[in-house]
Design a protein around this ligand. Structure first.
Ligand code: NAG
Ligand code: NAG
Ligand code: NAG
Ligand code: NAG
Ligand code: NAG
Ligand code: NAG
Ligand code: NAG
Ligand code: NAG
Ligand code: NAG
Ligand code: NAG
Length: 231
């Protein structure tokens, strides 16, 4: 057990250095048999809002959502109330991945302060608001990845979801695997190696697609097949 862990640690050493995480941390979690924490009892970490702001891409989600090509743009204002603006751009039509939908939310988040109850807010998703959901940022290194979970009903874990978001729109399989392994060992709702991947490839607006070409139609069908296969 311990030599297997060491080997695994060694293999991921470079990634872990990149993440600024200590390998011993994961080994310890394995050895003590710590179980993954449910979202409703997790604490949203103390966020350095300036460092957390900017563009994020949704990489993986559990359970499957209906949005893809999702970009999250976080803007932090120098005010005490309503200081965080979230603008999200996404597509929800698999055959038209370049058609943008947008939704936005405004909320109050205290800088560098953990929030045990997370952040309960709604998105304005024209023509209506989404249901309220509690969101928690479980972990982030600010520069590469963040683990996010949420739920709409704190006592009904079937309403919980988990997301891996990243600064890069697409990630190498090796890096994504390490993120899934790390998150699933620490938190419920994350799966090791089998989370639903969010389409972020050339079919998405702003990622190489030209909607006027026939090639895009081909990519759209290709994406549909991949989508069906990964469901
Ligand atoms: C992100 O949102 C800010 C504030 O609305 C805006 O100035 C900026 O252009 C947006 N960035 C992108 C890439 O859309
Ligand atoms: C934010 O606002 C406070 C008080 O109004 C001010 O002292 C501070 O310089 C501002 N910070 C930035 C980065 O604008
Ligand atoms: C979608 O969003 C991108 C990037 O913000 C923009 O360049 C493009 O014009 C938008 N497309 C549509 C159809 O609104
Ligand atoms: C969404 O953005 C619009 C335009 O910037 C703004 O008027 C509105 O207050 C925002 N809504 C929310 C819920 O943040
Ligand atoms: C979030 O806030 C809304 C509106 O105040 C409330 O109805 C809902 O119960 C809250 N959700 C959770 C999970 O606390
Ligand atoms: C939340 O879930 C519990 C347990 O399933 C259920 O009894 C309760 O009615 C739910 N609350 C809401 C607001 O849906
Ligand atoms: C967390 O969710 C579980 C069921 O999913 C429930 O039994 C438990 O009471 C919840 N805990 C809190 C603190 O809401
Ligand atoms: C929800 O809680 C039940 C009972 O604790 C557990 O069997 C189930 O695996 C949980 N589901 C999720 C998605 O975590
Ligand atoms: C993100 O992309 C940049 C530029 O391609 C690359 O140098 C970096 O290693 C990538 N980071 C991750 C975590 O994939
Ligand atoms: C996740 O899966 C990989 C590959 O099967 C395995 O090496 C790793 O130990 C797993 N991680 C956890 C936390 O179970």
């Amino acid at each position: 057990m311990s030599s297997k862990s060491d080997e695994w640690c060694f293999g991921l050493l470079s990634v872990f250095l990149l993440l600024g995480l200590l390998c011993g941390h994961t080994v310890e979690a394995d050895d003590s048999g710590t179980t993954a924490q449910a979202c409703n009892v997790s604490t949203s970490m103390a966020l350095d809002l300036q460092k957390f702001s900017g563009i994020w891409w949704e990489i993986a989600r559990q359970p499957t959502g209906s949005m893809f090509c999702t970009q999250i743009n976080i803007t932090v204002q120098n005010t005490t109330e309503d200081n965080v603006l979230i603008d999200s751009t996404y597509s929800n039509t698999i055959t038209y991945p370049w058609v943008n939908q947008t939704m936005n939310a405004t909320l109050t988040i205290a800088n560098d302060t953990p929030a045990a109850g997370g952040y309960n807010f709604t998105f304005w998703n024209p023509p209506q608001y989404t249901p309220y959901a509690v969101w928690k940022v479980l972990d982030t290194d600010y520069d590469n990845y963040a683990f996010v979970c949420g739920y709409t009903n704190s006592t009904d874990n079937s309403t919980a979801f988990a997301m891996i978001i990243a600064r890069n729109r697409t990630l190498s399989t090796t890096y994504l695997d390490s993120l899934e392994s790390e998150s699933s060992s620490r938190y419920d709702n994350f799966l090791n190696g089998s989370m639903t991947l969010i389409t972020q490839d050339g079919t998405c607006e702003g990622n190489g697609a030209d909607p006027s070409t026939a090639l895009t139609a081909f990519y759209a069908i290709f994406a549909l097949v991949i989508y069906a296969l990964t469901k």
